[in-house]
Design a protein. Sequence first.
Lengths: 219, 219
Amino acid sequence: MSDTRRRRVPRPVREQQIIDAAIQVFAKRGYHAASVDEIAELAGISKPMVYLYLDSKEGLFLACLRRETERLVAAFQAAAGEAHSPELRLQSGLDAFFTFVTEHRASWVVLHRQASELSPAIAAEMAQARRAVMEQVAGLARAGIADNTGGTRLDDEEADFVAHALVGAADTLTDWMERHPEESPERMTLRLMNMVWVGMRNVLEGEVWTPGEAGTTGG
Amino acid sequence: MSDTRRRRVPRPVREQQIIDAAIQVFAKRGYHAASVDEIAELAGISKPMVYLYLDSKEGLFLACLRRETERLVAAFQAAAGEAHSPELRLQSGLDAFFTFVTEHRASWVVLHRQASELSPAIAAEMAQARRAVMEQVAGLARAGIADNTGGTRLDDEEADFVAHALVGAADTLTDWMERHPEESPERMTLRLMNMVWVGMRNVLEGEVWTPGEAGTTGG
DNA sequence: AAGTAAACTTACTAAATAGTAACTTTACTG
DNA sequence: CAGTAAAGTTACTATTTAGTAAGTTTACTT
């Protein structure tokens, strides 16, 4: 309402608007089915502007990928950095993740659900972005469990296993969240921690689950 | 070597070969980037045959989706059906899942990593296929936990939460498996059960994880 | 060994769309 | 109030690729 006909937007602002639009369209259609024309239209400009500012469709996608990865990792780190124990850091980090995904659903789709159909250059950058997220979680898992058990340290392989399981669970749980809009990110985190935390300790303590011993360890 | 120039294959056989090829190409390139020409060439025939037998690109993709979903669900059910307790059924089911994914990696990519970029018709079928898999796991989770705790029953919402977390974890763990080829499906299942099973019981028993109580319940 | 139906091909059309060349318009500066 | 650089446009090309029409070849029957 402040300015209905605000043409002539300065470049840095326009670039972000283009990326905003691109994220929506990429998420909705997928990389190939997304047309640069549609992105340009949603951004309120014509196609050549997109090419002038972002070089190519691939460059545009990479810009989206970079910006959103940065935002997600920043949110995760900011949240985890505030907490005082490793366990609380994992909680805060998961919380930040669910909050981010709730508020930027399209971003997450772009970041995570475009595994195939991409050029090698994009695939490489994608893998790296994924590794960055995974490394955050793996770090917390490793530190958290080591702390709880008094010094024993998960080796990188096991921490990585845990991180993959956690990120995967969190990812798919975003589908569940869509059908349960009443569920807050905080409650999502609690539920997931409930499911996973005790088990994570078990893995480390050698308290192995074995088929057939159902119910003998608990309650 | 049995027959170097085996032209003129009967239709049912050729159809399966086309679907085989399509799965590889769809998994490698994604739905849109995959060209019917490439699929035809990989199948050892020319493009019009694909259209004659499978109607359209969409029909071809749906055929892939249906056949592989059927196979996965069948493998899961067969494995789970053999076991005698709900807990063992979940174990067997997970085991079957990891085995399937190991042996048919491309199928899993097609089934699971093509969320966007699809026509409404395909998206609908995809969602249904996903629900079928999810329902298997949710059923086992519900039954398994109810059994262990002596009759208390997870409501559908919670069983669904658990199922989403499990399927999501298993999905992303396939990435981890790729970098750990020495890890058998059986060991994957054990690790995941270790991480998750005790926690699942906790969720149900109201043994709530709360921030700050780290390490008070365990060893 | 014809006859025939199923298996298969070549060679096209039509549409979509990434990317560009050549231009026009606005806002700001001296 | 010119001059100019940044912001923006229209109108094209070149390529890719889903889908088809019209024809050819092989295997199997009688």
